[in-house]
Design a protein around this ligand. Structure first.
Ligand code: ADP
Ligand code: MG
Length: 988
């Protein structure tokens, strides 16, 4: 009821918005008529006129009607002259002039909102209108597509308009060099995928060491095609640039065989219960059976017998009843006891695994506490309140407790990931094993995703399970969520056929409103009610019969599946029936696009995973409309209604006839995990469902939709959660990235260096002056080991108070630095100064990211302590960041006198020092770094070159290996940079 009212209000709001824009449409059309007598040169000249008006301060909003009219008129000319355009190697004749609804769509995009326009309404063309208009500012418009193929297609196809009107168009493709990328961004308009844009941002801001390395030039306006796919589906995994970690902490191979034993034990336990349940059912005790099967569901959700019982509405209902009962608050202890009757529990919905007491005992009979997170809070409290301990001992014990806690967390994390790998992740569904590698299968498209890895050790756990080579763990070098990348834009817009169901999320997260644009011609698609079957087998048999029937009549069909596996099953069944068909295995986007494009031909049967071929137009061939047009079949309801709508939308475009229907069964994942089976089973009995026969009723549709809404809600929560954590990161990233940019672009990096050094000096002086008595010795020691200042205690004593000490130190630093610069190649000095800063920032920031990863893992474990993990995370992350900034300053001070453009410059400097400062004070670490050793020539830029491999690859040694330059020292402390995990001396 409420939904209905809301729909009415939204509906009218939407209509009002569309109506509000109608006068502008007329204005554009009137202006366009006025343009017709012009020559092409005169039309093109409009572009420069607009640019000048914008330069004089006129708003683009004012120019909109004229600019849209120019684009429309250009399209008209192309159509009239039947202009041939080469798109992806094929000639296409231009035959489109924007319809009125397309003009409205263009205005919605210009206003920074989402235009929902059905498939086939010509969104590609719609985007040209606001793109042209906004590109007139010269600030760069980014058009985001779902894959490289579409980026290339659209930039070639639509590019004809822009180029004709005097604008430049670029296109990002995977694998382009930095120079090529910069050239694409320099264009007025740039097409590309969201990963290409996002990774360029990360490289520009987190890794570039000179301004010339940066390729982007700001984030002004972006239009995202298929916006739901990008801002919602892809937004679940953040963009990550990673490199190998220095220290490996995983113990997957160590625990693998014990986990295998554990899983075997659990499986036989669950099979016993399932057999007992069978006996109960035969004895007529459904309730008892339900309780037993609920336990099986907790312990082994993919148990064969259990799945069979789930198919039967009666037993299924008993299981649901048992589950419902157990999750009541009053039954908490009982639920807990039930969980303790098995070795571990699996939560399939959240893909989580949890060890029980029994499991812990099995894994380590001698010490079951081995797999329990220690209670750090109580331990710390006990230490604090023990009067027998000195402050120093307390600190020591607390540190030991912390180390113990971290070790245990790591261990438990490893075990939990292995359990997930064994019990939730299935080979050939979630991943495949090829050439000794575990390759993820994309859940939406069924595409293999080589190179992508599950995070947080899960990938290694699956590798351990499959017995393939376990790759080194990776660490994050730079990361951003897609949400936070697109929030960088001053103005954001998007278009898709399916946005309405996710309107709330667009509003909350991106502040993007959704406007539904009416279709150009009325949509004739007929959506039939879902057909529901008890089992998958029955469902597929009925489906094949249907395909046979329609195919016999020549009607083309598009069969959408949820996974590669089910595509293959259907393909096998069709082969048995000798029905020729195409399967989209989706190896290459271009091929995929070509197959989908032919799906509207007479007699074509095309099987494709739900999202495959998105963005490709399906045209009907002659004779097909008379047969009813394209018929779309969904073989399973997807978790999200949006994806189903997307599939339906593949037919009946632009006023074509078409129809759609979904086939579902109780064995589908959606129904198993989220279906309100009790209700549905009740309905089915009421409606009188026979075996082997599908049932159809609007009530059933609604039940399925309820299940979908439930999953959508949960997935939204997960995305929001990821984002809340990334928001913390985002603030920190913004600080670091803008500091880096400042360093890269400033003409006076020395100023930046001294500001940082002065802050460090200030902090050190304050710290020593704050003790009683004042720690002058400590201050002298710090100053002389960090820098070659030759400072004497008397110097300070003679100088006065702490303000004078600061001044003295700052002056000495500048004097020593002047001396050093004298021996440097003047051309190299600025680059060197940048390096002093960037070297410190990058190394420590990456270490910080690693620590933040760890914090996230441990915070989630800490949720046991009744604290809100997000608040804890924010608090600790803040503390860690403050520490990071201090450490960066410290390292800049250390780097300042230890980097040189050549070894000889450094030696001259050292030689010059003793007369002035007494070389005796110069610490051992005052050696040139390996980077500066290999710099040789001393040209500007050499520094960065020498540094590049070190930064990208990182050292290969473990912490306790000997340092290759100084075998008497361990790797971890050979270079003296405090707290460092990375040897400064070794370029990999
Ligand atoms: P969408 O992205 O909205 O699904 P496309 O941009 O792929 O749609 O366009 C679908 C088809 O409609 C294309 O073949 C295109 O040439 C055609 N088309 C788009 N706009 C027009 C128009 N104004 N007049 C004629 N054909 C058009
Ligand atoms: Mg499209």
């Amino acid at each position: 009821m409420i939904g209905w009212v809301l729909k009415k209000i939204l509906g009218t709001q939407n209509q009002r918005e569309v109506r509000r824009l109608a006068p502008l449409v007329q204005e554009i059309n009137r202006l366009e008529e006025g343009l017709r007598p012009l020559s092409f040169e005169e039309l093109r000249a409009k572009t420069n006129v607009f640019r000048e008006r914008i330069a004089r301060g006129e708003s683009v909003d004012v120019i909109l009607p004229e600019a849209f009219a120019v684009v429309k008129n250009c399209c008209r000319r192309f159509t009239e002259e039947k202009r041939k355009i080469r798109v992806r190697g094929q000639e296409i004749a231009w035959e489109m002039i924007p319809f009125d609804v397309q003009l409205i769509g263009g205005m919605v995009l210009h206003s920074g909102r989402i235009a929902e326009m059905a498939t086939g309404e010509g969104k590609t063309l719609v985007a040209t209108l606001p793109t042209y208009l906004n590109a007139l500012t010269g600030k760069g418009v980014h058009v985001v597509t779902v894959n490289d193929y579409l980026a290339a297609r659209d930039s070639e196809w639509m590019g004809e308009v822009y180029r004709e009107l005097g604008l430049t168009v670029g296109c990002l493709q995977h694998g382009q060099t930095q120079a090529e990328r910069r050239a694409q961004y320099a264009c007025d308009i740039t097409y590309g995928t969201c990963s290409e844009f996002g990774f360029d941002y990360l490289r520009d801001n987190g890794m570039a060491t000179t301004p010339e390395d940066q390729v982007q030039r700001g984030h002004f306006y972006s239009i995202i095609d298929e916006v739901d796919s990008i801002l919602i589906d892809e937004a679940r995994t953040p963009l990550i640039i990673s490199g190998p970690v220095t220290v490996s902490t995983h113990q997957f191979d160590k625990y693998r065989s014990s986990i295998e034993g554990l899983v075997r034990k659990q499986n036989s336990l669950c099979t016993d219960w399932a057999n007992q349940a069978k006996e109960r059912v035969e004895a007529g005790d459904l309730q008892g059976a339900g309780r037993l099967l609920f336990k099986v569901k907790l312990g082994s959700p993919r148990n064969k017998l259990l799945l069979k019982f789930m198919e039967d509405p009666g037993t299924r209902r008993a299981i649901d009843d048992a589950e419902l009962e157990m999750y009541q608050d009053t039954r908490r202890t009982e639920l807990y006891k039930t969980k303790e009757e098995m070795y571990f529990t699996i939560d399939e919905r959240n893909s989580e695994a949890d060890l029980s007491e029994m499991g812990r005992k099995f894994l380590n009979p001698a010490d079951p506490l081995f797999f329990l997170v220690p209670d750090l809070i109580t331990t710390n409290h006990d230490i604090d309140s023990n009067p027998a301990l000195s402050a120093e001992e307390k600190l020591k014990q607390k540190q030991a407790a912390q180390a113990n806690y971290e070790e245990a967390s790591q261990r438990i994390h490893n075990i939990s990931q292995l359990l997930r790998a064994y019990c939730v992740f299935e080979k050939d569904v979630h991943y495949v094993v090829q050439e000794n590698k575990v390759i993820i299968v994309d859940e939406y498209t069924g595409r293999l995703m080589p190179g992508r890895r599950w995070s947080d050790g899960l990938h290694q756990a699956v590798e351990a399970k499959e017995g393939v080579q376990i790759d080194r763990e990776t660490q994050t070098l730079a990361t951003i969520t897609i949400q936070n990348y697109f929030r960088l834009y001053e103005k954001l817009a998007g278009m898709t056929g399916t946005a309405e169901t996710e309107a709330n999320e667009f509003k909350d997260i991106y502040r993007l409103g959704v406007v539904v644009i009416p279709t150009n011609r009325a949509c004739l698609r007929k959506d039939a009610d879902d057909l529901i079957f008890k089992t998958r087998r029955e469902k597929l048999n009925a489906l094949i019969e249907e395909i046979k029937k329609r195919n016999g009549a020549g009607q083309p069909m598009l069969v959408g599946t949820a996974s590669v596996e089910s595509s293959e099953i259907i393909s096998r069944m069709l082969r048995r029936e000798n029905i020729p068909h195409n399967v989209l295995n989706a190896k290459y986007h271009q091929q995929e696009a070509e197959i989908v494009a032919r799906a509207g031909e007479r007699g074509a049967v095309t099987i494709a995973t739900n999202m495959a071929g998105r963005g490709t137009d399906i045209k009907l061939s002659p004779g097909v409309p008379e047969l009813g047009g394209l018929h779309v079949v969904g073989t399973e309801r997807h978790e999200s209604r949006r994806i189903d709508r997307q599939l339906r939308g593949r037919c009946a475009r632009q006023g074509d006839p078409g129809s759609s229907q979904f086939y579902i069964s109780f064995e589908d994942d959606l129904m198993r995990n989220f279906g309100d089976s009790r209700r549905i089973a009740g309905l089915m009995t009421k409606l009188g469902m026979e075996d082997n026969e599908g049932l159809q009723h609007p009530w059933l549709n609604r039940s399925v939709e309820t299940a979908q809404k439930r999953v959508e809600q949960r997935n939204y929560q997960i995305r929001k959660h990821t984002l809340q954590y990334d928001d913390v990161m985002n603030q920190q990233r913004t600080v670091i990235y803008s500091w880096r940019t400042e360093i890269l672009t400033t003409e006076d990096p020395r100023k930046e260096v001294f500001e940082t050094v002065d802050e460090k000096i200030g902090a050190e002086v304050e710290a020593r002056a704050g003790t009683d008595p004042v720690d002058l010795d400590g201050l002298v020691h710090w100053a002389n080991t960090a820098m070659p200042l030759g400072l004497q205690k008397e110097d300070l004593q003679n100088a006065g108070g702490k303000d004078q000490w600061k001044e003295l130190l700052k002056r000495r630093v500048r004097e020593a630095y002047e001396l050093k610069v004298k021996f440097e190649n003047p051309e190299a000095v600025k680059a060197l100064e940048r390096y002093v800063l960037l070297g410190a920032i990058d190394r420590l920031w990456q270490e910080h990211l690693y620590a933040m990863d760890g914090l996230r893992t441990s915070i989630n474990l800490r949720a046991y302590g009744q604290k809100d993990p997000l608040i804890e995370y924010k608090r600790e992350a803040y503390g860690m960041f403050e520490e990071l900034m201090e450490r960066i300053k410290g390292e800049v001070v250390l780097n300042l006198f230890r980097s040189a453009s050549s070894l000889s410059a450094f030696e001259h400097f050292l030689a010059a020092l003793p007369q002035r400062t007494g070389r005796g004070e110069l610490p051992v670490q005052a050696q040139p770094t390996e980077a500066s050793l290999s710099m040789g020539g001393g040209k500007a830029g050499a520094v960065e070159e020498a540094l590049a491999p070190m930064k990208r690859q990182g050292p290969k040694q473990g912490r306790n290996d000997p340092c290759p330059l100084d075998p008497n020292k361990k790797f971890k402390n050979c270079c003296g940079a405090s707290g460092s995990k990375v040897c400064f001396k070794v370029a990999a």
